[in-house]
Write a protein that binds this ligand. Structure first.
Ligand code: GAR
Length: 199
């Protein structure tokens, strides 16, 4: 069994969708929710899903140690950022290199970087008159939204679309693709572990 932690700063609809997807799985389980905001709605969802959730301050995230202790406690093998606002600190990257991914609600490298989060991204896409947007799933490194890209999917943006319309289309893509991309990455990691153990 590979245990996943999801990091989320806001509503957490992706976190809930991913947890639901793996509910019946014998191999993968969402075992922990982590946030930087005590009042984020993701905690309400976590409680409903019976998944433990924790909050860490920005300073604690930067330090890494208290967070790593909790991740170890829950035997977390893979981390998913789903609407998480803070930059991932070096201590965490050192431990989880290649096992930490993010979803971005646009087609990177466009509309990424510091401050580009949720509705700000969709507004920028509409203001620029883009005819398409989409999602990017990528590995996390020390720079915002710059890790290597694993998967992208696109949706049309029409001239009449508001940022809210684009958000709805992008969320639909996220719900459809993110869980199965996670499943395939985690499966590869599990197979790698198996090979290692059999040596
Ligand atoms: C998602 O659309 C995700 O792609 C985006 O925040 C939203 C969170 O929604 N992430 C970013 O903007 C990261 N830069 P949710 O809380 O309902 O899952």
């Amino acid at each position: 069994m590979i245990h996943i932690a999801i990091f989320a700063s806001g509503s957490g609809s992706n976190a809930e969708n991913i947890a639901d997807y793996f509910r019946e799985s014998d191999d993968i389980k969402v075992s922990l929710i982590i946030s930087n905001k005590r009042d984020a709605y993701v905690h309400v969802r976590a409680e409903k899903l019976s998944i433990p959730s924790y909050t860490f301050s920005k300073a604690e995230f930067e330090k890494g140690t208290p967070l790593l202790k909790v991740l170890r406690e829950y035997n977390i093998g893979f981390i998913v950022l789903a609407g998480f606002l803070l930059k991932v600190s070096q201590p965490l990257l050192n431990v989880y290199a290649g096992r930490i991914i993010n979803i971005h609600p646009a087609l990177l490298p466009k509309y990424g970087g510091k401050g580009m989060y949720g509705d700000t991204v969709h507004r920028a896409v509409v203001d620029a008159g883009e005819t398409e947007s989409g999602i990017t799933i990528h590995y996390v490194n020390e720079h915002y939204d710059e890790g290597s890209i694993i998967f992208q999917a696109t949706c049309e943006v029409q001239a009449v679309d508001t940022p809210g319309d684009v958000a709805r289309k992008v969320h639909a893509l996220e719900y459809a693709h993110f869980p199965r991309v996670i499943a395939s990455l985690v499966k590869k990691i599990a197979e790698g572990n198996q090979r290692f153990e059999n040596k």
